[in-house]
Write a protein that binds this ligand. Structure first.
Ligand SMILES: *Cc1c(COP(=O)(O)O)cnc(C)c1O
Length: 369
């Protein structure tokens, strides 16, 4: 039995260090926004090669606060990929702005830059490219187009911590990048968490105020802000995991290489593709198959856990259909969503398990052509 993901295996690998981190926070007596959060912010900013990190309560909050700090307001439009987690769309909606989907590149699942100009209107304020499945979005053209229309760029890097494009860390081509430390992500808290990174000190200052009641000094609200703070405990646990992240990413890459090599002969599958400038971190390994449900069922019978990311797509969830979005609006994304299946890929999978997944796929698809 190979579950899609077993988060307890990762925690077990660093169990003693996590326990020590817990004891340090317990005995320190500061439980929200204290020295562990400050240390994590320094370490995570350095990891992302940015000057500022603001740790917040979730990846969704990181997006909401970044969009607010970018000036997005009620009535604005914000461009988002059609293929993403619903959080990307909801961050826009929660500000009273309207998410406007942009269809994706069928090879990468990421926002297709050539489709941005026709989605821009006088109300468009910002664009939120997503580094889907851990593969960096095509930021060079996106940043150029955004600048020609005067759009803010916030990169949703929730799935792509540690990923690089043309040798630079994700987030460098955007005003700000956002991350999630939800337990399924590559850098996983034992609960919720998120972060914003930026090189702009004023933007960082605004996000910092927004995450805690607009306070610079306790009790003095300079602006109206919410409560989206990271606990000391999650920060301390994340500091432990951050020391292992590069090793875990290497393991993800080794498993992805093995899948790419071993599954290539299976003509029923379409395998992930990435451009030569991209260094993906393989948050998810997503294959395409014409009868995805059947493939998932066959793998399930052989004890291989799989998941679907994402069907329905955000615009076809009841929440957005109620706002008028319809089937057929994003033909590329919709076709991918009907065919996509995520295979188990986590750093703690051992080689024999990886081979079991491969063998199961060979059997489930009838083998090489
Ligand atoms: C996980 C995720 C988010 C949201 O993060 P939470 O921490 O769950 O709020 C946003 N965008 C993408 C692409 C994600 O995968």
């Amino acid at each position: 039995m190979i579950p899609f993901l077993d988060s307890s295996r990762e925690s077990a690998e660093v169990a003693e260090a996590l326990t020590a981190a817990f004891a340090r926070v317990r005995d320190g007596g500061t439980y929200v926004l204290g020295p562990e959060v400050e240390a994590f912010e320094r370490e995570f900013a350095a990891y992302c090669e940015r000057s500022h990190c603001i740790a917040v309560g979730s990846g969704l909050s990181a997006l909401v606060l970044s969009l607010r700090a970018s000036g997005v307001q009620s009535g604005d439009e914000v461009l988002v990929p059609a293929y993403t987690a619903v959080a990307t769309w909801m961050a826009v909606s929660l500000l009273g702005a309207t998410p406007i989907g942009v269809d994706v590149d069928p090879r990468t699942f990421n926002m297709d830059p050539s489709r941005i100009p026709s989605a821009v209107t006088p109300r468009t304020r910002a664009v939120v490219p997503v580094d889907l499945f851990g593969q960096p979005a095509d930021m060079t053209p996106i940043a150029a187009i955004a600048s020609s229309y005067g759009l803010e760029v916030v990169e949703d890097a929730a799935q792509a911590v540690g990923s690089r494009r043309q040798g630079t860390s994700v987030g460098s081509a955007a005003h700000a990048a956002t991350f999630s430390f939800y337990p399924t992500k590559n850098l996983a808290a034992l609960g919720d968490g998120g972060a914003v990174v930026t090189d702009d000190p004023e933007f960082a200052d605004t996000v910092r105020l927004l995450r805690s009641y607009g306070w610079r000094k306790r009790g003095i609200s300079e602006i109206v802000g919410g409560n989206s703070r990271l606990d000391e405990l999650q920060a301390a646990l994340l500091r432990v995991k951050l020391t292992r992240l590069d090793a875990w990413t290497e393991r993800r890459r080794a498993i992805a290489s093995r899948y790419l090599e071993a599954l290539a002969p299976l003509s029923e599958l379409t395998l992930p593709w990435f451009p030569s400038w991209a260094e993906p971190v393989w948050h998810l390994f997503v294959v395409e198959h014409r009868d995805r449900e059947l493939l998932a069922a066959r793998l399930g019978e052989m004890g291989i856990g799989t998941l679907v990311h994402y069907d329905p797509l955000p615009h076809l969830t009841p929440a957005y259909r109620a706002g008028g979005w319809r089937v057929g609006t994003f033909p590329v994304a919709e076709r991918l969503a009907a065919r996509a299946l995520s295979l188990p890929l986590s750093p703690q999978l051992i080689d024999t398990e990886v081979e079991q997944v491969v063998a199961a796929l060979v059997r489930a698809t009838g083998g090489p052509a």
